[in-house]
Ligand binder design. Structure first.
Ligand code: DHB
Length: 511
């Protein structure tokens, strides 16, 4: 049977040999030490075993991306650590739905995302997670690089290792990849297939791999946050079986215990309408067609009603009529209050003087929706924000197929197409592929194998997508009875992570 060579896509390999090729070898690792600045600012010396890169599927399409690395702490500040049963932090570094690779990683937190225009992909090696501060509140996500409120880099893999967790960093294919025939092989659903295959690899090796595979906690930011939420929502769904089988993924469960999602760019087929509902009044760097904003905002009204969601804390129905107030009451004002109460008297006075839209008295913030969106200012994206009429946006590329780089995902943009695709159907299998990429699909189906613990975060100035996207995700999970911890970081932009220490405490408590 071994005569066919490696990586063949026929079925000559038996299940046993494929599975055997996916057995984790616990004896092959490098001993590393690193000094990590914790979220609280302390310095910890961590000794750890570094495994990999390991290809996590038997029939890889591109091992550069379909590989993972594992870091297992053995001592922290000279005290030995037994991580055999520790939670596993499964930290994807996807940004922009681009490919992410750990093929060149030689230590924790080095995973590389392919940047969208020169981002801050994390190449921090040993010694520190406290990279130089930057002045803005914006960070190119991915590469596991995020900014905290002080403008310091946050590396979830490094911080998690310093907490004694096992850290798995998976690579995954992304939308830009083409093969020698010009075929796009990293477009949807490739990235989620790969992350699921990586989880299956861990579970297949549950008795060989350090860490508790029943306590996998996924993390990711932006597109990576979307994939993290999707991984959580879609556990063991049969919607991915064909693709997983084709890759020779381990025959094991891909459920995870918990998902952390920072600014998830998800619910893509409803993101254009949601965007106009949220940021439709905001200026853009060029002219926005008011008719498009109006059309899409009207679609949101219908969509939001169809979700039939309730707001938290007894707020009542979440509709287009109530949603601005919901965001104000449950997210934006509490977020502003937390921020303002943490400032010194002088800084608070300065802030309030510079931001007269906000009234702050007796620890309570008051402002209007109009005041808030005016404060946020220029929106990040055109209209439509995701499915461009000219197929020019990243999400068009995400749904490319074959040699076609980009396709439409909404009927509205298809109908307004300017590229000459009129009359052609939406991308083949669009509904299936959209469902494969959308956690909301699995939540609507009440997938019983979903993660039931959720950490959802985003900045209030993040106009990469509508604030309703994460909020609907949270509300729909709460409606199923899941544990949802969701808040927004005041005045922070896309890719921020203001409370990594709280997240790690939360992970400790999940164990
Ligand atoms: C990301 C940001 C976007 O605005 C988007 O449309 C897709 C992905 C990101 O940062 O990952």
């Amino acid at each position: 049977a071994g005569a066919c060579g490696s990586g063949g896509s026929n079925s000559s390999g038996t299940t046993t040999s494929a599975a055997k090729g996916l057995d984790f070898d616990a004896s092959t690792f490098t001993e590393k030490t690193t000094t990590i600045t914790t979220a609280g600012g302390a310095s910890r010396k961590v000794a750890y075993r570094f495994y990999g890169p390991i290809t996590y599927v038997a029939k890889s399409v591109d091992a550069k991306y379909q590989s993972l690395v594992i870091s297992v702490p053995t001592s922290i500040d000279g005290k030995s650590v037994d991580a055999r049963n520790a939670p596993i932090v499964f930290a994807n570094s996807v940004g922009g739905y681009m490919p992410a690779s750990v093929a060149d990683s030689t230590g924790v937190g080095e995973s590389q995302m392919t940047g969208m225009g020169g981002g801050t992909s994390s190449t921090a090696t040993t010694s520190t997670s406290a990279a130089p501060s930057t002045s803005g509140t914006e960070v190119q996500s991915g590469g596991n690089s995020m900014l905290n409120g002080m403008g310091k880099m946050v590396s979830i893999p490094q911080l998690a290792l310093a907490e004694g967790f096992v850290v798995v960093e998976p690579g995954a294919r992304g939308r830009s990849l083409t093969n020698s025939s010009g075929d796009y092989y990293g477009t949807a659903p490739a990235a989620i297939i790969d992350l699921k295959a990586a989880v299956r690899y861990l579970r297949h090796n549950k008795d060989r791999i350090p860490g508790n595979t029943d306590r996998i906690v996924s993390t990711g930011t932006s597109a990576g946050g979307a994939l993290s939420a999707l991984l959580g929502a879609s556990g063991d769904s049969d919607l991915y079986t064909a693709e997983l089988t084709a890759l020779g993924a381990a025959d094991a469960s891909d459920t995870i215990h918990a998902a952390g999602a920072w600014c998830p760019i998800t619910d893509l087929e409803h993101a254009d309408m949601a965007y106009e509902f949220c940021w439709g009044a905001n200026p853009y760097t060029s002219t926005i067609d008011a008719a498009v904003t109006k059309d899409l905002a009207a679609q949101f009204t219908t969509y939001q009603k169809s979700l039939n969601l309730q707001g938290r804390n007894g707020f009542g129905p979440l509709t287009a009529d109530t949603y601005h107030n919901y965001l104000l009451d449950q997210y934006l004002k509490p977020s502003a209050e937390k921020y303002l109460s943490g400032l010194s008297e002088t800084d608070r006075t300065t802030y309030l003087k510079a931001n007269p839209f906000l009234n702050y008295t007796g620890g309570k913030a008051t402002f209007t929706w109009d005041g808030f969106v005016d404060h946020v200012g220029t929106r990040k994206k055109p209209a439509p924000a995701f499915d461009a009429f000219d197929l020019s946006l990243d999400i068009n590329n995400l749904f490319g197929e074959g040699t076609q780089k980009a396709r439409h995902i909404t009927r509205y943009s298809q109908d307004h197409d300017t590229t000459g695709l009129e009359g052609r159907p939406l991308a083949t299998d669009t509904t299936r592929r959209l469902n494969q990429m959308n956690p909301m699909h699995h939540i609507a189906e009440k997938n019983p194998h979903r993660a039931q613990h959720w950490w959802i975060r985003l900045g209030t100035k993040d106009s990469d997508t509508s604030l309703t996207i994460a909020t609907n995700l949270a509300a729909s999970l709460s409606a199923l009875g899941d544990q949802v911890n969701h808040l927004m970081y005041w005045d922070q932009g896309h890719g921020s992570n203001d409370d990594p220490a709280d997240f790690l405490t939360w992970v400790h408590e999940l164990a």
